[in-house]
Design a protein around this ligand. Structure first.
Ligand code: SF4
Length: 569
């Protein structure tokens, strides 16, 4: 099964074209950047004004929460108001649970997103083959009217699968796995195609970057086998805000873009929606530079499996390699927090480690022989290629094919004066390799002194965390907020962070609503979820522990719960 032509050369996957109003997406069209409003969809003035801000920032599609028929009708007014101002940005209705709402929205605006996980209700427990087929029948019957409305009105459909809200029948058959995510998506694709409806876009999102990347790769590989070329929308859900949100998104989205996958992206940040656009744009622009690059000649290692994470076996040299978490190395001599594992300079090189600097172009038979004879050499792997991911992958595949197990540090040097740009580029480059199981450490340097050593150090730790290879801080899973959000998500997230950021082994979710929040927070240890106006429910894993706590008491109740569980030390 193949999800891309080669691991080493950038080749954008050629998909079918979806038409969304006047916008084309997929094929050779540019990768579209979009966002989602967090206004009350029934508030015309605020919704129009936010759509305008997203557009002004460069957003090419704007999605709105569409809980009910009333919101679907409000979308028609939002569209009319925007069109009257000469603004043609296509609007997308985000619909969960209620096919009737999707049908109403499809008559008014350019695109509707449905979630296969909750399009029709399933039941818990086991599914016999017959029950499974009966449920597919139910979906077929419920989807047909929507498809007809889409065909009549030229409306596009996004089949948007989320890790946190898989249908019970899928979980029963495949588990909560990348295979289940891909299967859920393909079931709906087949139903659309059998009705000769092709104006569809697919997405599989998760807050876990590894799950998201593997699931999308699997989906593409399965589509390739079946001769399907549906365009893809990429995103990491509940990425949070600030540095973490940007880095997590760049690891997940950047890895797939580097694979040549993705026709539109949304970076979900718990910030103002227009803030998402420049982040997405920078990612797309950075990866797109790889088009038509000088080819990288390499042979893939035969046993490498891109659908199943396996860290490359490496030789242990003191703190580096083997089963130890990847290290952070710095060339700075400042005191930094968290403390890097190795302060590297040429003296250190002589005293503690035998580092050797290499790039793929230097990897010849003599070098391979020397590496094999000296497993204690730790390789500082560099790349000057416009496609560093492809070139570094070529290096690792060559080591794998020759059974060379020297530990390898991924080294990248940038020339940025803007921290966000550095974070996005480093996360996209290094995250893609770490998710492949490559790298025993990272060393990031920047030629421009405008970015502090502390910021670079923090970026390095955040990349390891976002790539799921090393936890060094509390993991926050926070929804970006939308029209369903029941509190001020940004200030609440910051309050929760301020009180819990010392709990570095925990995953804490802050979710705006009880409708989608508990499902979407997937693997969080604790959840702080909006339950009603001014009311919060607290979760331990998926279990609701206390309901409807007044908002002003909820953070201290969360701390109490963590303390009672003995997880605050
Ligand atoms: S969890 Fe609820 S409030 Fe948050 S983005 Fe999802 S639907 Fe909106």
């Amino acid at each position: 099964m193949h999800y891309c032509k080669t691991f080493f050369n950038y080749n954008r996957r050629l998909s079918e074209v979806a038409t969304i109003g006047k916008l084309h997406l997929g094929g050779h069209y540019p990768i579209r950047v979009q966002s989602m409003a967090n206004t009350d969809t029934n508030n015309l003035e605020e919704s129009v004004s936010q759509a305008e801000r997203i557009m002004c920032a460069g957003g090419e599609l704007v999605r709105f929460t569409t809980q009910g028929v009333r919101e679907a009708k409000s979308l028609a007014q939002i569209a009319q108001t925007l069109r009257a101002k000469g603004l043609q940005v296509p609007l997308v209705a985000d619909v969960h649970f209620n096919p009737a709402v999707a049908e109403e929205a499809a008559a008014h605006i350019e695109k509707v997103r449905i979630n296969p996980g909750n399009f029709v209700a399933g039941h818990d427990g086991d599914y016999s083959d017959l029950e499974y087929l009966q449920e597919i029948e139910k979906i077929r019957a419920r989807l047909q009217p929507l498809i007809q409305i889409c065909k009549t009105n030229g409306t596009a459909l996004r089949i948007g699968v989320n890790h946190g809200s898989l249908a019970p029948r899928i979980v029963n058959r495949y588990g909560d796995t990348p295979a289940g995510l891909a299967a859920s998506c393909l079931e709906f694709v087949r139903l659309c195609h059998e009705s000769n409806f092709h104006n569809i876009v697919l997405s599989i999102k998760a807050s876990n970057t590894l799950v998201m990347v593997q699931a999308v790769r699997l989906l593409v590989a399965q589509m390739n086998e079946q001769g399907l070329q549906c365009p893809l929308h990429l995103g990491v859900t509940e990425a949070g805000n600030g540095e973490e949100g940007r880095i997590k998104s760049a690891v997940g989205i950047g890895t797939l873009l580097a694979d040549g996958i993705g026709d539109t992206i949304r970076v979900s940040l718990s910030e103002e929606p227009e803030m998402e656009i420049p982040v997405g744009r920078q990612l797309v622009d950075y990866i797109s530079l790889r088009q038509n690059h000088v080819p990288i000649e390499a042979i893939a290692a035969p046993h490498f499996n891109p659908f199943n994470y396996h860290r490359r076996n490496s030789h242990t040299v003191k703190q580096i390699g083997g089963m130890q978490p990847p290290v952070v190395i710095t060339t700075s001599n400042e005191e930094l927090f968290p403390t890097p594992d190795i302060y590297w300079d040429s003296e250190n090189d002589n005293r503690n480690y035998q580092f050797c600097t290499l790039s793929y172009s230097k990897l010849n038979a003599a070098v391979l022989e020397e590496l094999e004879a000296n497993p204690n050499y730790v390789i500082l792997l560099q790349s000057e290629h416009v496609n560093p991911v492809g070139e570094m992958r070529a290096f690792f595949h060559t080591l794998l094919r020759h059974n060379i197990t020297n530990a390898v540090i991924l080294c990248r040097t940038y020339n940025e004066n803007n921290l966000e740009a550095l974070q996005l580029k480093a996360a996209a480059d290094l995250g893609a390799l770490l998710l492949d199981g490559f790298g025993d450490g990272i060393l990031i340097t920047n030629n421009n002194t405008k970015i502090s050593a502390q910021d670079i150090n923090s970026t390095a730790f955040a990349i390891l965390q976002a790539s799921r290879v090393r936890m060094s801080r509390t993991e926050y899973i926070a929804c970006p907020s939308c029209g369903r959000t029941l509190f001020d998500l940004q200030s609440t997230l910051n309050r929760v962070k301020a009180e819990t950021s010392h709990l570095k082994n925990l995953k804490i979710a802050v979710m705006g609503c009880i409708v989608n929040g508990p499902g979407e927070m997937a693997d969080a240890d604790y959840g702080y979820v909006g339950a009603g106006k001014g009311k919060v429910s607290l979760y331990r894993g998926m279990e609701c522990i206390e309901k409807n706590i007044p908002e002003e008491l909820a953070v201290s109740k969360l701390l109490e719960l963590i303390h009672t569980d003995g997880r605050d030390s």
